[in-house]
Design a binder for this molecule. Structure first.
Ligand SMILES: Nc1ncnc2c1ncn2[C@@H]1O[C@H](COP(=O)(O)OP(=O)(O)OP(=O)(O)O)[C@@H](O)[C@H]1O
Ligand SMILES: [Mg+2]
Length: 369
């Protein structure tokens, strides 16, 4: 140990009580801090650390462990880290003040000043890093907990909804059947076609929910159907909506394309996409159009439904297939989710591309013929 260091240690030790007293008086500490009694003890430890660094180079691992321990206490006390940083900096200026007052030659003090500053910088760095890391973890745990309980609530809601929907379906099927019978017996009764149409729409919506809840009642039989006649049937089914939306629908599908699928399910997919397109086109003043195309491509059948409505933002292009994503006031956001599920179940793919000119939904299905 050199002469200057020995003198300085002697000076600091003789002034220890003054140093601690003045630091304690100036430091800030919340009344409800559970660790407030440790303030002086921690100050003393820091003083010892600095004093020892004058004799042997500081053990940086030890310094880090000490800083992390204090950071853990700060997190436990749940007090703003600002207080801690303030007290540490106060300790630094107090100790530097005593070193300066020791009367030792300034040239000899300069490297000591530098080392003390370096120790305090390191100490603050480790303490604040640890504190931030722990706070971040606490936050993530909270978010995880909220997500989990939200998920559980959604599951319960889903189960309730599917039970509810099942209860709806049986009387609805009966009503649809009886409306048909009334129509057969009394062909002149007014509005029966409207009632029938609305009931069928309702039936489609309900089937959609059942797909999501996985308790679908629709049988899984596949049959060969002509793509062309399927679209003709669907556009007739939604004729009222096409008219109401003032949309021009053009179709370009080869007559001889047939697909082997579950007809009810694929009809629902095409219907969902067409209804979405009509909805999107409402944002356009004039010249609203939907183009439906179908062609063979190697081992696939490619169906494209496009419209000239507003673009879907790039960042939403994947999200639109997620459940409950909707931008509509009364939307449920399950239409495209169901579409994706059905198409993938058939061994196909569904994708969407969109720009300010055209939004296109492309479906591929295996060509089994
Ligand atoms: N052709 C389209 N043009 C522009 N945006 C679209 C189009 N199709 C879907 N979207 C966007 O994707 C979202 C999700 O569509 P999805 O069919 O899954 O649910 P939804 O239509 O909102 O509600 P619903 O469950 O009643 O179908 C829509 O809210 C809309 O923002
Ligand atoms: Mg929809």
């Amino acid at each position: 140990m050199n002469q200057a260091a020995a003198e300085l240690i002697y000076y600091l030790e003789s002034n220890l009580s003054f140093f601690l007293k003045s630091w304690k008086e100036k430091s800030v500490m919340s009344e409800d801090d559970v660790h407030k009694d440790k303030l002086v003890l921690n100050g003393l430890s820091m003083f010892e650390l600095i004093k020892n660094s004058l004799i042997t180079p500081i053990d940086e691992e030890k310094l880090k462990t000490f800083a992390c321990k204090l950071a853990e206490e700060r997190v436990e006390a749940n007090i703003n880290i600002g207080e801690f940083v303030y007290n540490v900096n106060l300790g630094r200026s107090e100790i530097l003040k005593y070193i300066y007052r020791s009367g030792i030659d300034h040239d000899k003090l300069e490297p000591i000043f530098e080392e003390v500053n370096r120790i305090f910088d390191l100490f603050s760095y480790h303490a604040v890093s640890k504190y931030t890391e722990m706070k971040e973890k606490q936050l993530q745990d909270k978010i995880h907990y909220i997500d989990q309980s939200h998920q559980e609530r959604l599951t319960i809601l889903g189960q309730m909804a599917s039970t509810f929907v099942h209860e709806f379906r049986n009387p609805l099927t009966a009503v649809i059947g009886f409306v048909k019978l009334i129509g057969n017996d009394n062909p002149d009764v007014k509005y029966l076609d409207i009632i029938s149409h609305e009931l069928n729409q309702l039936n489609y919506k309900i089937s959609q929910f059942l797909h999501v809840s996985k308790k679908e009642l629709i049988d899984n039989q596949q049959e060969e159907v002509s793509l062309h006649s399927m679209f003709t049937e669907i556009t007739e089914f939604i004729y009222a909506s096409i008219l109401d939306g003032d949309v021009n629908v053009s179709t370009d599908i080869a007559d001889d394309i047939s697909i082997t699928v579950n007809e009810d399910e694929i009809r629902q997919v095409l219907l969902n996409i067409l209804m979405n397109s009509i909805d999107a086109l409402r944002q356009r003043e004039t010249d609203r159009s939907i183009t439906i195309k179908g062609h063979r491509c190697d081992k696939e059948i490619v169906v494209s439904i496009s419209n000239n409505g507003p673009a879907i933002p790039k960042e939403s292009l994947d999200t639109i297939f997620e459940p409950f994503y909707t931008t509509k006031e009364f939307g449920t956001g399950i239409g495209l989710f169901v579409c994706k599920k059905i198409i993938e179940k058939h061994g196909g793919t569904i994708s969407c591309s969109s720009d300010s000119y055209l939004t296109e939904f492309k479906i591929t299905l295996p060509n089994n013929h």
